[in-house]
Structures are given as C-alpha cells and as structure tokens.
Design a protein around this ligand. Structure first.
Ligand SMILES: Cc1cc2nc3c(=O)[nH]c(=O)nc-3n(C[C@H](O)[C@H](O)[C@H](O)COP(=O)(O)OP(=O)(O)OC[C@H]3O[C@@H](n4cnc5c(N)ncnc54)[C@H](O)[C@@H]3O)c2cc1C
Length: 395
C-alpha cells in the first residue's frame, strides 16, 4: 500500500477543488487533489456558463465580487483562456410586481459594490432591439458575462499541477479517518493519503464525506435542463434571463460568438448522484422553447442540436456549504452550490485556500457554515461508511 502526504488533501476535482488546489499552491502549501472521474467532468464542466453576480443572495456578493475580480485576470493568472467575456447580464421582467423586486434588489446591491441599471421599456428596446414586446423593463449588470465551462475547471487543474499540486484523477475516495493529528484518506484502489488538513469539494456527493464526521446535510441532486441551437448571425451580446416567480417561465440564454444559442430554465430534471446520470425531460425542453420565443421572438424558428443536463447538489435554503467543519479541526467544506457555483469557482478556491492557510478569511462566509444544519447531526460514521454506498435520491 502506498502512502503519500501533503499539507492539504482536496477531495473532488470540480471547479471548487481545482481552484482551491491552485490557490493553496500559490500560498506555498503542498497539495494532493483527488478526483473520481476527470477534473471538471461533473457540474463544473456541463453548466450554462453564466458568470453573474446580479440576483445573488446579497451576503454572497463579497464572495462573488472576489471571484469576479479573479475572472478578470484569469488568463494571466493560470496561463489559459476560459473564454470569459464580460458581455453584461440583462434580466427582463413581465410585470410591475417583479419590477418592484428588481428595483429593490438594485438599491440594496449598491452597498455591496454591485452597480445595476434599471432600463424602462423604451430604453430597453433602444439598447437591445432583439427583445420581444412582452418585457416591460430590465435590470442590467454591465460587468457580468459568460465563460466556457468545458475549459475553466480543467484549466485550473492543469495550472495547479504545473504549480506543483499532485493531481490524481480516476481515483475515488472511500473514507476519511483520523490517525493521531492527521487525516487518512482511503481510496478505492487501496491507496491511502495522509495530511493534517482535508478540504471536501465533492459537489452533489459532499454529504457522503461530511456525514462520516457526524455532519450530514439535507442535500438533494437535481439536473438543470440545458440545450443549444444551430448557429445564427451573432446579435445577442449579453446573457439574457427572465426574472419571474413562476418556475415554468424561467428562461436564460446566451449566444456564443460562433452563433449558437445556449439556453436553460424551467423545472429541473431528475439527477441520480449514485449512478452519476442526469436526464433531460423532453417536455421541459418544449416548455423552454415556448418561453424562449416569448422573450426573443426571432429565436422561435431555430433548431435544437443538442440537449444535456448535469448533477448539481441543492440545499433547502439554496445556499452552499462553505467553511470549517463545526466538529473536526482541520476539516473544511465547500460543496452544494445549488446551481450557481460556476461564477463563484475562482473566489471559492481563493477563499478556502486563505482560510486553510491563515485560519481566517477576509471575505465573510459565515452564512454558509455547515453548522446551520447541526440539528441534522448524527453520530460520526467514519471508518465504516462508504461513499460507494451512498445515494442522493432525486426530489
Ligand atoms: C446544467 C447545469 C447548469 C448550471 N449553470 C450554472 C451557471 O450558469 N452559472 C453558475 O454560476 N453555476 C451554474 N451551475 C452550477 C455550477 O456548475 C456548480 O455549482 C459548480 O460547478 C459546482 O462545482 P463543484 O466543484 O462544487 O462540483 P462538481 O463540478 O460536481 O465537482 C465535484 C467533483 O467531486 C468529485 N467527487 C465526488 N465524490 C468524490 C469522491 N468520493 N472521491 C473523489 N472525487 C469525488 C466528482 O467526481 C466531481 O468531479 C450549473 C450546474 C448545472 C449542473
């Protein structure tokens, strides 16, 4: 049995794990990153690609701002291009009640350095003529944008490896146990890794590891439904979405410079964390098409060339788990990003590296503490429980 050591072991090579490994190396910490599949293969690699701050839970904006700052210098930082384009993000609405909510959000967001413009019907039509007749107004965030999810997390993984992180793909962690002051991380191929600090960045599968330390969380796996059309002449620069309280109306889209329209929205589909499959329900795609055409009529005649989904972990309050374990010194979590972790990826890695390195972080993350689910606390099951045995049931 081989036994390798590092200052920190990061479990899960999605965007969060890959960026944390990179930023830990930047702080001079030795790192082992362990990924069951390939880096960025799960939610981080198949998402919509929205790099948006607007619309987030307000206390999450300092983290989103920190992330946005890194997105702006990503190429220089990691030496690769993830196709981040600050195109702006335009959120439309159909009714006065929703407009009132958007105006309130814009007013409140100012305290968090997020400047949003409210556009009335005339200004909206003059500036974005592709919008259909129904939207009455919009809220515009000029510094948001989009990036290519297929590129971002793997690029961070490669940058971490170039900086000296040991990256093990196709290696599944089965157990984390305490051995004196250290943790021992046991893998399916018999390898055991050892370190004084462990960061769990296992996405929708995070609970299988946190519950080994008596910290189960009520995470469920769901699959946002995505599709892409044939290309059309490039005309829609910003990411466009609808602000609505009605789930079936939810729609968001972006046009890539090659011309295709990528879109998502509406009810989420089934995702099975245990077999690592998320399915597209055809009726959801048909519903999305109705909403797409309602928002931008010119998109109504396009053919869909591909649909897909991915496995994302959702908590009941729609907020992630992020911060130190409430029970075990040296254990840290960053998982369950509830459908909005792509924009946060660089910031989460930076903040978790800071927290592990210095014992504190300058960016507030208390609202995301795992302690908020302490009533779910069960006896630790480490040494006996197996990740393979877990199942996150679809809701
Ligand atoms: C279809 C879709 C669209 C989305 N659109 C957006 C968007 O537009 N904007 C946005 O901000 N967010 C979006 N999201 C959310 C975003 O993609 C996620 O929040 C983010 O990628 C989560 O990153 P992660 O690293 O936590 O999880 P993941 O990318 O799922 O990575 C976790 C990794 O841990 C690994 N792992 C798990 N258990 C183990 C184990 N025992 N041993 C070893 N490895 C393990 C997994 O294999 C996986 O690679 C979307 C998500 C989906 C699914």
């Amino acid at each position: 049995m081989t036994r390798q050591q590092a200052d920190v072991i990061v479990i899960g090579g999605g965007f969060m794990g890959a960026s944390a490994a990179f930023f830990l190396r930047q702080r001079g910490r030795s790192v082992i990153l362990i990924e069951r599949d390939l880096v960025g293969q799960q939610a981080s690699g198949v998402n919509f690609g929205n790099v948006r701050r607007q619309g987030r839970f307000l206390p999450q904006l300092p983290l989103a701002n920190r992330s946005r700052e890194i997105w702006g210098r990503l190429d220089e930082l990691i030496g690769e291009d993830a196709e981040f384009i600050p195109t702006g993000y335009l959120r439309l609405c159909y009714c006065k009640e929703q407009l009132g909510r958007l105006e309130q959000y814009a007013a409140d967001a100012k305290a968090y350095d997020l400047d949003l413009e409210i556009l009335g019907r005339n200004a909206l039509k003059a500036r974005f003529p592709f919008v259909g007749p129904e939207p009455i107004a919009a809220i515009y965030s000029p510094r948001d944008g989009h990036a290519n999810p297929r590129l971002a997390a793997p690029a961070f993984g490669r940058a971490a490896a170039r900086a000296g992180a040991q990256v093990f793909e196709q290696t599944e962690v089965l157990s984390i146990t305490k051995a004196g002051e250290d943790f021992e991380v046991g893998c399916s191929d018999g390898r055991v890794f050892r370190s004084p600090a462990v960061l769990v960045t296992a996405g929708a599968w995070g609970n299988a590891l946190s519950e080994q330390f008596g910290e189960p969380v009520p995470i469920v796996a769901r699959g946002p439904q995505m599709a892409v059309t044939e290309p059309m002449p490039y005309a829609i620069e910003p990411v466009v979405g609808l602000a609505t309280a009605k789930e079936k109306e939810v729609i968001y889209l972006r046009q890539v410079t090659r011309g295709n329209i990528v879109f998502g929205g509406g009810p989420r589909g089934p995702a099975h964390a245990d077999i690592r499959r998320a399915y597209v329900l055809p009726q959801n795609t048909l519903g999305q098409l109705v909403q797409l055409q309602r928002l931008i009529p010119a998109l109504g005649s396009l053919s869909i060339i591909r649909t897909w989904s991915g496995i994302e972990g959702y908590l009941p309050d729609d907020l992630p788990i992020m911060g130190p374990s409430a029970r075990e010194p040296g254990l840290y979590y960053a998982f369950g990003f509830c459908g909005h972790g792509f924009q946060l990826g660089p910031g989460v890695g930076d903040v978790m590296a800071e927290l592990i390195d210095r014992g504190e972080t300058t960016t507030p993350i208390e609202p995301f503490s795992i302690a908020r689910f302490a009533s779910e606390t069960a006896a630790p099951t480490h040494a006996t429980s197996s990740v393979q045995a877990m199942e996150t049931s679809p809701r």
